[in-house]
Design a protein around this ligand. Structure first.
Ligand code: SF4
Length: 891
């Protein structure tokens, strides 16, 4: 724990997304108080709904608190011996490539560094890959091809300084909320700034857009190739820049010729010619342009080409290396960038070096004094789990990630782990879909306990500082790795006793034999050698800084390529000849719809942390599938009904949301739900294990599926003070509310007798009241103890069930009033009750949809600002503003 006095403000970094917002934490007698760090250059005090709720996630409920081997609690010594002996035995018998690490963008850079050094340097295999493979390995490959190094050239200020911001394949408003809010603020201040969103879906990001191109899924490279050609027609190429600083222009231009006329581009992209022309004109006429891209580009079987098609137009116009210009890959995870720096990807070495260059392998081997260093890339995430399935990999150590939920073909991933000889999982959460497959569980420190560094999307290294005591016997990930390395016989190379030591070594490696000249050619972009001599106090006080941080730029580097010099052998950037590809597997008669996956506003990854917070669960509380109205009609789906989605790989159940935001022929399902929160709701069980051939990133945005209504024998919901295991349910989605758990359920067989089922399921003793309509098949029951509501059950043969909001509010009362009791089983609030607020829209101030609608109507409100003034909704983090605007529009 940081040596900072009680109640002093401790500055740390949010553990969720790649924006990397600073948070200021105060540890006070009545609990931990958390706010946005006003001084942090990523957010200047802003936080989104998830970041603002961090303090509510810090309890120890569900934590893995001590080591467990084969289901039995054990000591650290014993558990570490088991891990080391297990790995050693398999390595001795089958060689180093029979073992693997699967790590995470949630790890701190110091953890990542030790994991990579142990696997690549000392075990001698490159079988270490990270879940960042699923999110941005495509951008890494595209950067390397274009710039000669994995470098994000721009910074957040460039977004604000741009005159045109193009957002491609990103629901930026929900996935990078604070950065989106910075863009919104910049556009409000400078209304002439243009924003274009390119996305098959109409997402909340479109709220502020001047133009939305709802292109056909996967058509991005056609659009950007067409743009490249059009730039010449519009005389917008910077041929001087191309001549001096770029190679490959002619081939790239020629490759783009096939589909380059506006009518052809419009046809392939499935949008109007006028929209294509308007976008091309905007781009051609606006020098200060930033193109933001994310998973919609990256998660594709030709993602690297798509990313290079985007980079191509920036190179052809010289729009790079200057304020307000450049291609900008935004990362999903808090430390995806840190993982890239240390070589967390199986095809990287360390400090931005590669296996492709024998001199780099030699350099790292000498620096680490590691004669057994791996000589070739290891298996990328999807291949790694296929190798586990085939038995080629016999031992895997999974750190801080949940691949049984997040990897494609997730059912096979689970089966592979169940059959694997040795599965070690280090995590801070005890019960996840992945920990259920583990032989050995190692308790890791969680956010608030951990201490180290992370790097955000603009190359900014920030400190994550500890501010609370470690729970149970949890330990830092780097410590666990160090202990195992020592037991494997590598004590001399792994002497670490604190994170600062590791950071210094990492910084030294970044500068080791890293070109002394001023030309970029021959140098490595990642260089933080100026931090290599930081003492412990300096490390502890490290201020957010953008790399490179070296003798030439001791204060860090805001923007790269300002001198037009790149990290290729020639010093010139490369334009790539991109031949657009359609998604690897097309829809067909059997699987006629395209499944797209992504994030929602208030949940993070597999919900282990955000799922604890009632107000974050109140916005979208169930796994859902968004379907366009015509498709809903074609497939006989009802809004609010249940549906079964099936692909060639698996199936799932989800609640139907009919929405005009979808393109016909496409459906969207969030990526978050898993067995810990819902039955049969892991969308990655459906996703095909198809990857980009260069980056190895899975095509998570395009899986052919079919959909059909799921009509169970009965449906219902249960609200209960405790979470319940409900038997005989085919569908069950649980979410935590304020003082209660909500269970949305369905089943295929009717229990013999409802009363017995309900009492057994609730496990509650108390006074039961019930209502039954045998003819209609409806049953309702409530359990009270001393007048306090313990649970309510509402069961019916269809989805016609009452609203949950008023019933939920009753759990906040110590004793129900007689009028409430009278209305309980009718779910009818007493006259004048204000509890029927509707689904939460504003998570910051817990304002519901009905409250907003009613207030708009009653007070004649006509703007988002007016709603904010009356209800405060939308005045916190701002993430709900697009939804409030929609409610206003509909009203
Ligand atoms: Fe955390 Fe990202 Fe939200 Fe910032 S935008 S508070 S980093 S989740």
């Amino acid at each position: 724990m940081s040596d900072l006095s009680y109640s002093a403000s401790i500055r740390s970094t949010c553990p969720y997304c790649g924006v990397g917002c600073g948070v200021a934490v105060k540890v006070e007698a009545d609990g931990i108080k958390l706010s946005g760090d006003q001084q942090h250059p990523a957010n200047f005090g802003r936080l989104c709904s998830k970041g603002a709720a961090l303090a509510e996630t810090l309890d120890n409920e569900g934590r893995l608190l001590y080591p467990i081997v084969d289901g039995q609690r054990t000591s650290w010594d014993e558990a570490l011996d088991c891990v080391a002996n297990g790995f050693k035995k398999i390595i001795d018998e089958h060689g180093p490539d029979a073992v693997a690490f699967y790590v995470s963008g949630q790890l701190l850079t110091e953890d990542y560094y030790v994991a990579n050094k142990l696997m690549k340097g000392y075990i001698g295999s490159a079988n270490i890959d990270t879940n960042s493979r699923l999110c941005m390995s495509t951008a890494v490959a595209a950067h390397k091809r274009a710039f000669g190094a994995d470098v994000v050239p721009v910074c957040y200020e460039d977004i604000e300084a741009a005159d045109l911001v193009v957002i491609v394949g990103s629901n930026y408003a929900w996935a990078h909320p604070v950065l989106y809010q910075r863009l919104v603020a910049a556009k409000k201040a400078r209304p002439a700034m243009l924003v274009v969103v390119i996305d098959p879906r109409h997402t909340p990001t479109c709220d502020f857009a001047d133009l939305h191109l709802a292109i056909a899924p996967g058509a991005d490279a056609y659009l950007f190739n067409g743009l490249l050609h059009n730039l010449r027609r519009e005389d917008a190429l910077d041929l001087g820049f191309v001549e001096a600083h770029v190679e490959g222009f002619a081939a790239a231009f020629e490759a783009a010729r096939a589909v380059s006329s506006i009518p052809k581009v419009a046809q392939v992209c499935g949008i109007a010619e006028t929209q294509v022309s308007e976008f091309f004109r905007m781009f051609a006429r606006t020098a200060r342009t930033v193109t933001i891209f994310s998973q919609g580009i990256n998660q594709s079987s030709s993602g690297v080409d798509k990313a290079n098609a985007i980079i191509n137009v920036h190179l052809a116009t010289g729009r790079i290396g200057r304020p307000g210009m450049g291609p900008f890959s935004v990362t999903g995870q808090p430390n995806a960038m840190g993982g890239r720096e240390v070589g967390g990807l199986a095809n990287q070495l360390a400090a931005h070096m590669d296996f492709s260059d024998p001199a780099s392998v030699d350099l790292v081997a000498r620096f680490w004094d590691a004669p057994r260093i791996a000589q070739a890339p290891g298996l990328k995430a999807v291949e790694m789990f296929q190798a586990i399935e085939s038995g080629k990999i016999k031992a895997v150590w999974i750190m801080a990630t949940n691949p049984v939920v997040s990897l494609p073909d997730a059912d096979r991933v689970r089966a592979a782990l169940m059959a694997c000889e040795l599965v070690v999982v280090s995590d801070c959460v005890q019960h996840t879909d992945t920990t259920a497959c583990a032989d050995i569980l190692l308790p890791a420190e969680c956010w608030g306990e951990k201490d180290g560094t992370v790097t955000n999307s603009e190359r900014r290294i920030s400190r994550q500082r500890s501010f609370m005591p470690t729970a149970g016997e949890a330990r830092p990930d780097w410590w666990i790795l160090t202990q195992v390395a020592q037991r494997l016989g590598f004590a001399e190379a792994f002497p670490y006793t604190q994170a600062a030591q590791i950071f210094r070594e990492h910084a030294r490696l970044s500068g080791f034999e890293n070109g002394a000249g001023f030309e970029n050619s021959g140098k490595r972009a990642f260089d933080i050698s100026a931090l290599a001599e930081s003492d412990d106090a300096e490390y502890d006080a490290l201020q957010p800084v953008q790399w490179p941080v070296n003798s030439q730029s001791p204060q860090g580097t805001q923007r790269l390529f300002t001198d037009g010099k790149f990290y290729t052998p020639s010093g010139k950037a490369r334009m790539l000849a991109v031949v657009p590809q359609l998604p690897a597997v097309a829809v067909d008669a059997e699987f006629p719809l395209v499944l797209n996956t992504g994030r929602i506003r208030d949940q993070w990854h597999t919900m282990t942390r955000t799922g604890k917070v009632p107000r974050l669960n109140a916005h979208l509380f169930e796994p859902f599938v968004q379907v366009q109205a015509r498709d809903a009609q074609n497939y006989q789906l009802q809004d609010g009904g249940l549906a079964r989605l099936t692909s060639r790989h698996g199936s799932m159940l989800a609640r139907v949301q009919v929405s005009e935001d979808q393109r016909p022929g496409s459906v969207f399902v969030p990526m978050h739900w898993n067995d810990a929160f819902a039955k049969l709701a892991r969308v990655d069980a459906l996703v095909a294990p198809i990857t980009d051939p260069i980056s190895g990133q899975p095509e998570s945005k395009h899986t052919p599926v079919r959909i059909a209504p799921y009509r169970p024998a009965w449906q219902g919901f249960v609200l209960s003070r405790t979470r319940l295991e409900l038997p005989d349910t085919s569908y069950c989605a649980c979410s935590r509310g304020a003082g209660y758990w909500r269970h949305e359920i369905a089943g295929e067989t009717l229990p013999y007798e409802w009363r017995g089922w309900v009492e057994a399921a609730s496990g509650k003793a108390g006074e039961w009241i019930e209502y039954r309509d045998a003819a209609m098949g409806r049953y309702r029951a409530a359990c009270l103890q001393d007048g306090r509501l313990e649970a309510v059950f509402f069961l019916a043969p269809d989805q016609r069930l009452p609203e949950r909001e008023w019933l939920s509010s009753l759990f906040g009362q110590a004793m129900l009033q007689s009028v409430e009791l009278a209305g309980l089983l009718a779910a009818r609030p007493p006259k004048g009750a204000v509890s029927d607020t509707g689904r939460t829209v504003c998570a910051c101030f817990s304002v519901g949809e009905k409250t907003i609608r009613n207030t708009i109507q009653a007070q004649g409100l006509a703007s988002v600002e007016a709603v904010g003034l009356v209800l405060k909704a939308g005045t916190g983090c701002g993430s709900c503003v697009p939804e409030i605007r929609r409610i206003l529009e509909r009203h």
